[in-house]
Design a protein around this ligand. Structure first.
Ligand code: KG4
Ligand code: ZN
Length: 339
């Protein structure tokens, strides 16, 4: 097979509890996408156990990469490069991906590309939407991060706001855990909230000092946990659906108010959601009319591309490949990597 004119990127993601690999052709055609999730393994602990996560990645990475290549009908020799998440994330988990990608790329004689997981989340949007215009404002809300990022062009961005304490997804996970709803918390809270009253509890919305685009969700989380503990001590009954709906509304409110405040100050053509919390349908539905009114294109990935996946790493890797950003063979995992 002669693929010389095609740019074929194998993307590998192992930063947390998903071992994933995908093959992307010319930044457009997703040929294959395999995700091996460890959620069931970690569920009984109520969260990800790092040591177990890295061991699971070791077990699955070879098989996941083989399946991705097989489904794409390609061999290592057909690839243009291998892109891998090198941070942020759990150090042991990241190391499995980085060491594996390094070995595969070196053996195949092709470049290695280092991808920042957070960039990857934003690039998930390019998997399903073509002709995206810049400037683009991205709201990235995941389990570990909440960021407002202004992209002037591909790979050229400025972080306008970041998490000061708990990330939005982390708050979902901690509240769900206390409510005994399961892990990861976001989808469980969303489900419980469907029949709940979002006005039942008046939880705080931290906006921080005027002009700041930073986020803080630890006060909200503590307020929900205090409400629960007080009710339990007084042996009062709590309506879990109302509590979930009120909590979710408080998170969504802050995310939307901060995003719209940023849009009041900067002019952009596109607004994109990214990260696991971007899968939240209340967030999507609440943002939609405000963006329509402002005549800003509103995009977000399908739920499978919101949470961790190899396809988004292949997409970000494709743009790094075009920019000739090749990684050194000395590439190491950087668990605290920021944008
Ligand atoms: O991006 P992601 O898969 O992993 C990180 O990079 O952190 O995000 C996972 C986070 C979890 O905290 C999970 O509870 C949250 O995304 N999440 C949601 C929803 N689906 C996943 N949060 C709110 N609503 C959802 N539907
Ligand atoms: Zn992620």
């Amino acid at each position: 097979m002669n693929h010389s004119k095609r740019i074929s990127i194998l993307g590998i993601e192992t930063s947390c509890d998903e071992t994933s690999a995908a093959v992307l052709i010319n930044g457009q055609e997703l040929k294959s996408h395999i995700i091996s999730s460890q959620i069931e393994t970690h569920q009984k602990y109520g969260g990800v156990v790092p040591e177990i996560a890295s061991r699971e990645h070791c077990v699955h990475i070879g098989k996941v990469v083989d399946q991705a290549l097989e489904a794409a009908n390609l061999g290592f020799q057909d690839l243009s490069a291998i892109a891998v998440t090198y941070g942020p994330g759990l150090v042991g988990s990241l190391l499995v991906g980085v060491a594996g990608a390094k070995a595969m790329a070196y053996a195949a004689g092709i470049p290695l590309i280092a991808v920042n997981h957070l960039e990857g989340h934003v690039y998930a949007n390019f998997l399903e939407h073509q002709d995206i215009d810049f400037p683009l404002l991205a709201l990235l809300a995941s389990g570990g991060h909440t960021n407002l990022i202004l992209f002037k062009h591909h790979l050229d961005y400025e972080v306008l706001g970041r998490t000061r304490d708990d990330a939005a997804g982390e708050a979902f996970d901690k509240v769900a855990r206390t409510l005994g709803l399961g892990y990861p918390g976001g989808p469980y809270i969303q489900k419980a909230a469907v029949i709940g009253n979002p006005q039942a509890y008046d939880f705080p919305r931290a906006m921080l000092e005027p002009g700041s685009f930073d986020f803080s969700f630890s006060g909200l989380k503590s307020s929900v946990l205090n409400t629960l503990n007080t009710a339990r001590m007084k042996e009062e009954k709590i309506n879990i659906n109302d509590l979930a709906a009120s909590f979710q509304m408080a998170v969504v409110d802050v995310l939307i108010r901060k995003s719209l405040k940023a849009l009041d100050q900067i002019s952009v053509k596109t607004f994109a959601l990214a990260g696991g919390v971007a899968a939240n349908s209340v967030l999507r539905e609440a943002l939609s009319p405000a963006l329509e009114e402002r005549k800003i294109r509103f995009i977000y990935p399908s739920p499978v591309f919101c949470t961790d996946n190899g396809a988004m790493i292949a997409m970000a890797g494709y743009y790094h490949f075009l920019a000739e950003n090749k990684a050194s063979w000395k590439l190491n995992a950087v668990p605290g990597l920021s944008l």
